[in-house]
Design a protein around this ligand. Structure first.
Ligand code: H2U
Ligand code: ZN
Length: 354
């Protein structure tokens, strides 16, 4: 009699080995509350006070070039420093520390201060993908780098300090926690089944259909069965390749296309520039890992409107994350949304800048 649609249950995340509590009975009624809208923010194409705009001076005195598509530079306030001396600390087996050399980079997605990823043309997003590919390939080859984490924090709600479209790359010497979990689970799955965990997962989701948001020839966009955030999404490649550097030209174009359509749906959901943290998970530096299956995670905090967010507090912080809205209903909502951006509707301009 147990029904995923009605009864409180926990769902297993095979990538992390962790569980999420789902309470669907709390949202069986449609939401009737008010949906607040926030007035659209008007930003200039160029902001003389922005440290990411072309030609402006950053902290530390370096002047940005008049770049035309993307700009990548070493973070002027890096959390990791390349020349950190190796070393470790240990007391009684309980106090352990290890030096962490590494590199932090900033990636500007566009010279335009006023754009966001969904408002850029697919070809311009393709050049952002090229920048990510270049950085991943380059940093993976540097001695002492263990992992290259590419990510974007979007929106003030996610702690992003500047609306100019940009992301970051942190490349530490050790494999970070979340990646280490996925490394172990994917390796174990591959050893048992001879296929990557995500190829089998994606095939299952395509068969069931209810959590699929979008797909093209190379990528599938879905809300994972075990998603924690209300509109958390995974973009997974159809072909099991291990990192950005292994993409074909077609896969590069198809990745840009799903990034544009997903972020457009996100913005259209509450007609607001949708905040999120996104990032790629891919093979760490070192030996080839056939079990690693390239994917992106998008974790947006919003729950019901432009201003009502989900908090990870209480039970979730101390015990297990919990959600009310099911991944299936969240996927149905995202799937139903237009892939024409709400700010570009009614205009001839279909794609934004370049
Ligand atoms: P966030 O707003 O997503 O935190 O990104 C801004 C990054 O840009 C942040 O990591 C860096 C900050 O250290 N930065 C520079 O490298 N140079 C500057 O002149 C200002 C900010
Ligand atoms: Zn992952």
């Amino acid at each position: 009699m147990f029904d995923l649609k009605d009864h409180p249950h926990r769902r297993y995340n095979p990538l992390t080995g962790e569980w999420v509590l789902v309470s669907p009975h709390r949202t069986n009624r449609p939401w009737r509350g008010q949906v607040e809208k926030v007035p659209p923010e008007q930003r200039p194409v160029y902001d003389p006070g922005c440290y990411l705009c072309p030609g402006n001076t950053r902290a530390g005195g370096i002047r940005n070039p008049q770049y035309e598509s993307t700009l990548v530079f070493d973070n002027d306030f890096p959390a990791l420093l390349p020349d950190t001396p190796p070393g470790w600390f240990e007391r009684g087996g309980l106090l352990r520390a290890e030096a962490q050399p590494g590199v932090c980079r900033v990636v500007c997605f566009s010279p335009r201060h006023d754009l966001t990823i969904p408002e850029m043309e697919t070809s311009a997003i393709g050049r952002v993908v090229d920048a990510w590919v270049g950085e991943y390939s380059d940093l993976m080859m540097r001695p002492g780098i263990g992992y290259v984490q590419i990510f974007e924090n979007r929106g003030a709600m996610m702690g992003c300090s500047n609306p100019h479209p940009h992301g970051q790359i942190w490349a530490p010497s050790a494999i970070p926690n979340e990646v280490a979990k996925e490394h172990a689970t994917q390796q174990a799955y591959f050893e048992t089944h001879g296929r990557t965990l995500l190829s089998d997962y994606v095939a299952l989701e395509l068969e069931l259909g209810e959590r699929i948001v979008d797909a093209n020839g190379s990528f599938v966009v879905l809300i994972p069965f075990w998603a924690v955030w209300p509109f958390e999404v995974m973009i997974a490649s159809r072909r099991p390749f291990s990192g950005l550097d292994r993409m074909s030209p077609q896969e590069r174009d198809d990745l840009a296309a799903v990034i544009k359509s997903l972020t457009t749906r996100y913005d259209n959901l509450f007609e607001v520039s949708f905040p999120y943290t996104m990032g790629f998970h891919q093979r760490p530096a070192g030996e080839e890992s056939p079990f690693w299956h390239f994917h992106a995670h998008y974790c947006p905090p919003l729950l019901r409107s432009a201003t009502v967010r989900k908090f990870m507090v209480g039970f979730e912080m101390l015990a297990t994350p919990q959600r009310d809205i099911t991944p299936e209903s969240a996927a149905a909502r995202l799937r139903a949304l237009s892939t024409v951006h709400y700010r570009q509707r009614g205009e001839d301009n279909q794609g934004g800048f370049k």
